[in-house]
Design a binder for this molecule. Structure first.
Ligand code: FES
Length: 136
């Protein structure tokens, strides 16, 4: 509390002006950031009905078809620094950049990546009899 003032000073005038100015700025940036996030999401990936059992690469997706026919898909971006995953070796997904490897269920087997692959939503595609993998 400053001497002679009954109430403590909570914010300086400059801080208060910054706080007031940031509200419209955040309001204006919100839709722009949402648009950028949507643009960075991978496009839907068609998965053909004859996708083989095991792991395979289908465009921007890593697809795993189990022996029971269950299909799962993951984004084909490495969770370390974002390199495109396009190699399947000995039943694992291997990053060409720094050698991280991932299991068929997206788990990290060897680093430097520490986060699992991003799963994609797989929905049936009535037009082809296959599936379509969607982000989010
Ligand atoms: Fe994949 Fe570094 S980007 S291991």
């Amino acid at each position: 509390m400053r001497p002679g003032h009954p109430h403590p000073k909570v914010f300086s005038r400059r801080t208060l002006l910054w706080m007031l100015a940031s509200v419209p700025l955040a309001w204006a940036l919100g839709p722009m950031l949402r648009r950028v996030r949507v643009q960075n999401q991978p496009a839907p990936v068609p998965i053909p009905p004859d996708v083989p059992t095991g792991l395979s690469v289908a465009g921007e997706a890593i697809v795993h078809r189990g022996p029971d026919g269950t299909v799962r898909a993951f984004a084909s971006r490495c969770t370390h620094l974002g390199c495109r995953l396009d190699r399947i070796k000995d039943g694992t997904i291997v990053c060409p950049c720094h050698g991280s490897s991932f299991a068929a269920d997206g788990r990290v087997l060897t680093g430097p990546a520490v986060r699992p692959l991003a799963p994609l939503r797989v929905l049936p595609d009535a037009a082809t009899g296959g599936w379509i993998a969607h982000a989010g």
